[in-house]
Design a protein around this ligand. Sequence first.
Ligand SMILES: Nc1nc2c(ncn2[C@@H]2O[C@H](COP(=O)(O)OP(=O)(O)OP(=O)(O)O)[C@@H](O)[C@H]2O)c(=O)[nH]1
Ligand SMILES: [Mg+2]
Length: 449
Amino acid sequence: MFESLSERLETAFGRLRRKGKLTKADVEEGLKEIRLALLEADVALPVVRDFVERVREEAVGEKVLRSLTPGQQIVKVVNDELVRMLGTNNRELRFADAPPTVILLVGLQGSGKTTVAAKLANQLKDRKPLLAACDLQRPGAVEQLRQLGAQIGVDVEGGEPNGDPIPVAKRALNKAVTENYGVLIVDSAGRLAVDEELMAQARAIKDAIRPTETFLVLDSMTGQDAVQTASAFNEKLEPTGAILTKLDGDARGGAALSLVGVTGLPIVFAAIGERIEDLEAFYPDRMASRILGMGDVLTLIERAEQSIAEEDAAEMERKMREEGFDLSDFLDQLRMVKKMGPLSNVLGMLPKVPGIGKISEDDIDESAIVRTEAIIQSMTPEERRKPMLINSSRRSRIARGSGTMPQDVSQLLKQFDQMRKMMRQAMAIPGLGKKSRKARKALPKMKGF
Ligand SMILES: Nc1nc2c(ncn2[C@@H]2O[C@H](COP(=O)(O)OP(=O)(O)OP(=O)(O)O)[C@@H](O)[C@H]2O)c(=O)[nH]1
Ligand SMILES: [Mg+2]
């Protein structure tokens, strides 16, 4: 899911990034595309308006337009707004002060309540969960939960089909208390639409068991309808949070993106498949990065910006372009990269680079960086500028000075040469815009060192 939204946004950003310096008109053009992308993703109109307005306020500010990389800054503004739209912070599951924690699941027919009940029970297995089958409406609903319970080894308290679910809920709660279950998860009957009678029943179950959490289970494939359903449930049942299901489907993302804005309900979990394991805590920031399709590159940009002054980076890039990049610059660069933190962390945040691929931790060796630094430090300034001056006697001297072997020096020189070539190529990779310029610069020089 989110693929088409990601693509549309990427197109808009690509255009902005190619421009370098941006005018207000460029930003307006970009905003128009972002607006269309969100509408196409089925995001509710008021939410889109609010979103675009906020991005505009941020994006036409002096700081963005006059920055070295306005296109990139706008991506960051959009990212921050997406995170806000999705609820800002991860809302964790709440547990009762004294067990059992009671979780009631409500929602429309087929939204995924029963499946979620089992998935949650499975995740909370070390707290001794009990499942209560309080959907006595649909034939086979109790049996469905019993089977799921058996599959994951969790006890299920059920009732008679067509019976009254309230006594079943109470009985389950009683059992949970007396038999020391840590969590009670109550599945309830679905409804086709927001229906008075079933809503009253869900309310009665809620009043009878006073759940710690009442989660509204929403099918994200239903787009804006899911948001309307949520508004109705919100009024009548006051759920404490929402669980979005079927995020693995080809939904356009509108439900996820509008829900918090329209209802204020936090998204607590996301179901991403039919298997028992396919339920995950919902993280607005991770979801936003997924939408923007860029790994954690934003975190990386932020970190790079904190540790590398813009001017330094610009100067470095100019040097690389003009091929005057020498070993002293390389040394400076190694030091810049070191300031960004352990390389393994940095690597994990990099997106996959077309033509180069994802660089893994195996490709680098931090102690080799220290060695490289020592070798370059043992060179004279002239040797750093003109590595071709380094003949065998100079090589031995450098090796001695840095406590390495002459082969290490040769290897470094060879790699430096290759790296310069790679850098020139990387500069020319189409589609690798400024969003990852700094990240990209960090790439080739790590390889092999
Ligand atoms: N692909 C996918 N399918 C899901 C997901 N969650 C649930 N389903 C499927 O959706 C269908 C309905 O799920 P249920 O858990 O039975 O839904 P329900 O809300 O209990 O439905 P009722 O009891 O009829 O109200 C099942 O076929 C599930 O396998 C999900 O995250 N991804
Ligand atoms: Mg069900």
